[in-house]
Ligand binder design. Sequence first.
Ligand SMILES: CC(=O)N[C@H](C=O)[C@@H](O)[C@H](O)[C@H](O)COP(=O)(O)O
Length: 228
Amino acid sequence: MRLADPLEQLRGGLIVSCQAYPGEAMRDPRTMAQVAAAALVGGAAGIRVQGIGDIRATAHLPVPVVGLWKDGDRDVFITPTLDHARAVADAGADIIAVDGTRRDRPDGLTLGETIQGLRMHTDALIMADCGSLDDALAAEEAGADILGTTLSGYTGERPKTTGPDLELIELMAARCRRPIVAEGRIHTPAQAADAIAAGAFAVCVGTAITHPSTITTWFADAVARARA
Ligand SMILES: CC(=O)N[C@H](C=O)[C@@H](O)[C@H](O)[C@H](O)COP(=O)(O)O
């Protein structure tokens, strides 16, 4: 583990997810590292990055790096196997984000077996990206250190709310002991504050800070509506 106590550094803070998608202009580790550095200037307590190259390019930053590796076209694509998770650890992530759902994983391991295998390989913390309260309870049982609401609205168990799934954050805060990272569709500072009020340990924002194409569509659509 690179940092002494990544969880303490993240407590009550903002994690900025810096991700560009396949084929996009900004999909380059150097670019994502620059975006991450800019987010730190604005007060990010941590960053979240995707892909081995991006993790390596940001591992030097003085805040916890949540690393993941999106791979495959199956349901389970966020750090889907133990091999992926080991590679994320080796690239320098302080926290390894893995699929934290109850769905079958491509390598046939359970989440618990994945976490056990990872513990033998690294001291990094493990974040389970969950899609429901049942996922979160199971992930906690399986040994995850951090529970994320990342996959709420993407697995069929929860509705895809327009903003963050505050109800799920509240449910998880009431039932789970592990720290909760509110993640997914947090598009305004007020929504980020609402997520903390709902019981989140930390908040992760991606698109609204680091995905200019999507942000541009919000403004372009508003302008188009105004002139219609
Ligand atoms: C569902 C999924 O694949 N989520 C991914 C997880 O890493 C990212 O694409 C999201 O950008 C990230 O979770 C932050 O969420 P938002 O961009 O909504 O602030």
